[in-house]
Design a protein around this ligand. Structure first.
Ligand code: 3PY
Ligand code: MG
Length: 258
């Protein structure tokens, strides 16, 4: 049996993920075929809906990548649906309190940890498991990532980490900079975010849980890995695509001029 995303992260491996906002299965497959360990399909700010995540998870699997998705703020019912469709991890934005964390866990975990309802037909199929095998392993192998991206979340971090069923946290540095500065700046690699993020990684690891972070440059990836983060995002499909097309156009233009 190949290693699961959960076992890789619990073994302290660094896992690189790329962000998918375009609801186009072939794009998800291309991202997966690039060699990134994981593709994260974004329903918060990306254009994905349930149908495109359903198809995108099949495409990620075909391309050899793990399946991760982010839900819209507070949409915990969708977290259950994403698991049923095959998510190996779900990222929930704006978890600002232990109460938010408990509502997220309720959707993510079967009893006794939560109140997830039964019906993982596609998820079990993609995981290559029978229904009893899926039930036995799901609570351990499908990861609940709580996003820490506000001063409220930062203040409540100890309580959030204590909620059974929260497996991991994921730092959103754009929102964290926006909220720490009360709307004054977007500085995802600024000093205030770095200071808070370093503390988040340290506390999360001390609690025996997994820390992840959205990274905005290769320097940021190196910094985050040193700080103890293990699920690291780099790149968003639309930006990667426009950069590649712009580079190709420049090369073609300079060939015409020479
Ligand atoms: C943030 O940086 O706020 C994020 O949510 C990353 O997607
Ligand atoms: Mg955010």
């Amino acid at each position: 049996m190949p290693a699961t995303l959960a076992s890789k992260l619990r073994d302290d491996e660094t896992v690189l993920t790329v962000w998918s906002g375009l609801p186009v299965p072939i794009m998800v497959e291309l991202l997966a075929r690039s060699g990134f360990d994981t593709v994260t399909l974004d329903m918060q700010h990306g254009q994905h809906d349930i149908a495109s995540v359903r198809d995108g998870f099949a495409s990620a699997t075909l391309g050899g990548a793990h399946r991760v998705a982010r839900i819209p703020v507070g949409d915990y019912a969708t977290a259950s649906r994403l698991l049923d469709l095959g998510a190996e991890a779900v990222i929930a934005p704006m978890i600002n309190s232990a109460e938010d964390a408990r509502a997220f866990v309720d959707a993510m975990k079967y009893p006794p940890l939560g109140a997830r309802s039964w019906g993982p037909h596609r998820g079990a199929m993609l995981a290559g498991k029978t229904a009893p095998e899926y039930l036995r392993t799901a609570n351990d192998e499908t990861l609940a990532f709580a996003m820490i991206e506000t001063p409220e979340a930062f203040a409540a971090l100890d309580d959030i980490l204590k909620v059974p069923g929260i497996d991991a946290v994921f730092v959103g540095p754009a929102d964290l900079s926006l909220t720490l500065s009360n709307g004054a700046e977007l500085a995802p690699e600024g000093e205030a975010v770095r200071k808070a993020a370093a503390e988040i990684a340290a506390k999360t690891r001390a609690a025996g849980k997994i820390a992840g972070k959205f990274c905005t440059s290769v320097e940021d990836i190196a910094w985050a890995q040193q700080a103890g983060f293990r699920l690291l995002n780099y790149g968003i499909d639309m930006s990667l695509f426009i950069e590649a097309v712009t580079q190709a156009l420049r090369a073609a233009q300079s060939a015409c001029e020479s």
